[in-house]
Design a protein around this ligand. Structure first.
Ligand code: F6R
Length: 261
């Protein structure tokens, strides 16, 4: 696991965008895993700017979002399908239908989750998965107690996550759906490269567990310690509880010029 401590979210967005652009140069038909929430927004802004400048094209790329609320109407502005279209997909040159999302309105939820897993498999798996992290250590919406081997399925959101996400629902936690569909921890572990971004003091404890804690379903993101290629991009506030922060800074400073994240 590589930990890179950067000055601000603009630097984080730039470095994560470099990784996406490098992938699409090597493999124009690359498959991206797309998180929603606040953390990845600087990445999407940077990629939209680079696409507008002609520095990267998504024309042959594909995407799979991480998760979706259950039951939000198709026209709800906070439905993750709508959010990802607004913040990223509509701002770059993806082909129509190149980005898929779990169907939170499916009548047969287990079948919809199985179809989503099959679609990821048929696309050849995810090359680069962009992730945020919840204050309770969730990735996707794999809340504490999630099976470390889980696949896409329905989950119940914790009260903490509903409080955290109330800011998207007029500050009303009761307006946040109780259930979601999410790629499982096993699904996320299948991505070839995981880039997790976190900023702010509120993420410091979760980042500490992710990087330096014991692997445990209580802090679901810790499963990433078993992944061979994870890059954690954080600002100083999110890095505040890292015991080896100086070592991570030094390692990044000394990194060979030829070595990408
Ligand atoms: C979003 C997702 C969540 C968020 C996490 C952090 O698709 O899967 O795991 O990444 O809740 O959210 P923000 O970035 O809004 O703090």
């Amino acid at each position: 696991m590589e930990v890179v401590i950067l000055r601000n979210s603009a630097e984080i967005g730039g470095l994560a965008a470099d990784a996406v652009c490098s992938l699409l140069r090597r493999r124009p038909a690359g498959v991206l895993g797309l998180a929603t929430g606040s953390s990845p927004l600087p990445i999407y802004d940077e990629l939209a700017a680079r696409c507008a400048a002609g520095d990267v094209s998504f024309a042959r790329a594909r995407g799979f979002t991480l998760d979706e609320y259950v039951g939000l109407p198709a026209d709800h502005p906070e439905r993750y399908r709508t959010v990802i279209d607004r913040v990223f997909v509509s701002r770059v040159d993806f082909a129509p239908d190149a980005v898929a999302a779990p169907d939170g309105l499916a009548t047969d939820i287990p079948a919809a989750c199985a179809r989503y897993e099959a679609a990821i498999r048929e696309a050849g798996g995810i090359d680069l998965q962009i992730l945020g992290i919840g204050t309770d250590g969730h990735i996707g919406f794999n809340e504490p107690g999630s099976s470390l081997a889980s696949r896409t399925r329905i989950k119940t959101l914790t009260e903490q996550t509903r409080l955290d996400n109330a800011r998207f629902f007029d500050d009303d936690p009761d307006a946040v759906p109780t259930h979601c569909l999410t790629q499982g921890l096993g699904t996320i572990m299948g991505a070839r490269h995981v880039v997790l971004v976190a900023t702010g003091r509120g993420k410091a404890e979760a980042v500490h567990h992710l990087v330096e804690g014991s692997v445990s379903a209580m802090w679901p993101a810790t499963i990433l310690q078993h992944h061979p290629h994870v890059t954690v991009l954080v600002d100083g506030a999110a890095a505040q509880r890292l015991q080896l922060a100086d070592y991570y800074r030094e390692t990044y400073r000394m990194k060979p010029a030829w070595q990408e994240i």
